[in-house]
Design a protein around this ligand. Structure first.
Ligand SMILES: [Zn+2]
Length: 402
């Protein structure tokens, strides 16, 4: 391989050859990717390559579509909660090292002034590109959540949405791409209708919603479920009657897509298998990564106002025996699903690339290795470790091994 590898931003073709191509559609040898103008121009049998373009040999490697992470709070010691573009760049660079080419910045619940400062800073970061994974938009994971399901969110920040607050979010011109809500909270039904009309993806989470509240939200345009099992109500008995919680309503859904935190800590294999069987083709792996991702045991970080620590490969709230996001990037979840849980590689790639693109309605240009798609890809070595990452035709990460 050549070092440094040429970008594929201009009219000049760059050809990636020698690697196995793996995507949601399958795994294939003997194909080369022809890139230019930041896009995949064609995928051709290597034997038919005639181009005198710049060729990058990736023998022994696997090229996959760039991973897309819908739920990221931070990574590498930095957090999207910090109203500081340099902290944001650090998070985007950290996840680029793990094969992620695009992500949403997730913000935990905060008081109105704090939330506005964070959104202002992320609006600036979203405009600057080229130093890491692309920032697709902001995922507000609150503050319109249920108190009893607040998890690591500050309960003092939780509130009901107002129509004017919805208008203020929409006035930010597409910055907010997803909002997690508890459907049973006052004012949420109208909020969901306002935001989905404008194209924002709405997810149910941190909620005790039952069938009726969830059905109203779905009829108003809600399409997604935030981290199954985490901060979802579950079955209760009222007298002799069993009443499903949000978890059971989620698993019985015919249409909704759903997140799993597949870090090997949040969900045992049995639960992931239940989700896989109940929601075939609708499971999305998310990192829910925090500033603790990539940091050693004992590292302290904050999730909003909550103090957390990396303990035994996962983030925990200090003083409570509770998880506070994960410390595993999406590449680690791809490996967990494939290696430890035995998912076929295309299915694991679907859950970490094509399907998150579908959730954000970007599947026409992201999540596949196909002509006309963005040149977003990750190069994995024989152990399926990330050795290089390209976003929009630009190498945003590479090791000496690439
Ligand atoms: Zn989260």
């Amino acid at each position: 391989m050549t070092t440094p590898m040429p970008d594929a931003l201009s009219a000049e073709q760059v050809v990636l050859t020698g690697a196995r191509l793996a995507s949601a559609e399958g795994v294939a040898d003997g194909l080369s990717l022809v890139l230019r103008h930041g896009e995949i121009e064609t995928v051709v049998p290597t034997a038919e390559l005639t181009s005198n373009a710049r060729v990058i040999r990736l023998d022994g490697c696997t090229v996959v579509p760039g991973l897309i992470d819908l739920h990221v709070h931070g990574g590498g010691g930095s957090s999207f909660d910090e109203p500081d573009p340099e902290a944001h760049r650090e998070v985007l660079r950290f996840h680029a090292r793990h094969g992620v080419t695009a992500m949403q910045a997730s913000l935990v619940s905060a008081k109105p002034g704090d939330l506005e400062r964070r959104l202002d800073a992320l609006a600036v970061s979203r405009q600057t590109a080229g130093f890491g994974a692309a920032l697709l938009g902001v995922h507000l994971e609150g503050p319109y959540l249920a108190f009893e399901q607040c998890g690591a969110h500050d309960p003092a920040a939780l509130r009901s949405p107002t129509p004017s607050e919805a208008q203020a979010l929409l006035a930010r011109g597409g910055l907010v791409t997803m909002v997690t809500v508890a459907p049973e909270v006052d004012g949420v039904a109208e909020f969901v209708r306002q935001l989905t009309t404008a194209g924002v993806v709405i997810a149910a989470g941190h909620s005790s919603a039952g069938a009726a509240d969830l059905a109203v939200a779905v009829s108003n345009g809600l399409t997604h479920l935030t981290h199954l099992w985490s901060c979802q109500s579950t079955l209760v008995r009222r007298g002799p009657h069993r009443v499903p919680g949000l978890l059971e309503e989620s698993l019985a859904s015919d249409t909704l897509t759903a997140e799993i935190i597949a870090d090997g800590h949040h969900l045992p294999a049995t639960l992931i298998e239940i989700a896989r069987r109940c929601l075939p083709g609708r499971i999305v792996a998310v990192s829910d990564a925090t500033a603790g991702a990539g940091m050693p045991d004992g590292y302290h970080y904050r999730l909003g106002v909550v103090e957390c620590e990396v303990i035994g490969g996962v983030g925990k709230v200090i003083g409570e025996d509770a998880f506070a996001g994960s410390v595993t990037p999406l590449s680690g979840m791809l490996l967990h699903l494939h290696r430890e849980l035995g998912w076929p590689l295309p299915e694991a790639i679907a859950a970490t690339s094509l399907r998150p693109a579908q959730v954000l309605r970007l599947a026409g240009r992201k999540g596949r290795l196909a002509p006309g798609y963005d040149a977003d890809l990750a190069v994995l070595d024989a152990e399926l470790s990330v050795v290089a990452t390209m976003a929009g035709g630009r190498w945003i990460y590479s090791t000496d091994a690439a």
